[in-house]
Design a protein around this ligand. Sequence first.
Ligand code: PGA
Length: 256
Amino acid sequence: MARKLIAGNWKMNGLSRGAATLAEALAKRAQDAGPLGWDPLICPPTTLLGSVGQALKGSAIALGGQDCHPARSGAHTGDISAEMLADAGCRYAIVGHSERRADHGEDDTLVRSKAEAATAAGLVPIVCVGETAAQREAGKALRVIEAQLTGSLPRPGRGTVDGAGLVVAYEPVWAIGTGQTATPADVAQVHGHIRGLLAQLLGGAGAAKAVRILYGGSVKPGNAAELLAVADVDGALVGGASLDAEDFWAIGARAG
Ligand code: PGA
């Protein structure tokens, strides 16, 4: 069974002083814990990649970006390329988070080009998919997720085909930051569906099995054990609770 990946997405939170305290607290926990049975990842805002990366250096905690531009470099004011993230010490890049899809109108085609750029830069893309409340109520959740996944993954030849270089995050939009979580039965259904789709898209069950599929949406220390025990849940993408070292580490402890 794959080691679970617990990814902390700080979103647009954190100023230098508080972030240093948080990153140092996490690094200390990693050091005190010794060898871990799970993989921790922190994705701070871009302004903090340098300082957080410095605090986490030499620890078991990996660094990731929250987004990247499809191009390697060029005239794209305000954007950050995947190569820049790699240069800053990142190993992962979140792409297609529902907040970016909503705030910036990102569609599957753009998300796919970002995932391909991440792969080309040697990063592991964390490709996010998830339905809205209205889509779930209309019975369309699986269809929406299927379309997002099919449209957002790197095309064959443009991305990793062995599965180990890819992470998918299922985040029901209605569960993000709301305190509501999908039921374990719903999570099992969606994750199983994603695994099946990955087998088709990546050309086999072996490749699909190597992809880590994360659940995200109001994961907390109190519900992490139940969610992480669901079949085909290979980790969690954690927003709010990742801003507290104790909570983030408690979630990780449930993962391994
Ligand atoms: P949340 O966010 O844990 O605060 O719900 C999850 C996410 O959006 O990645």
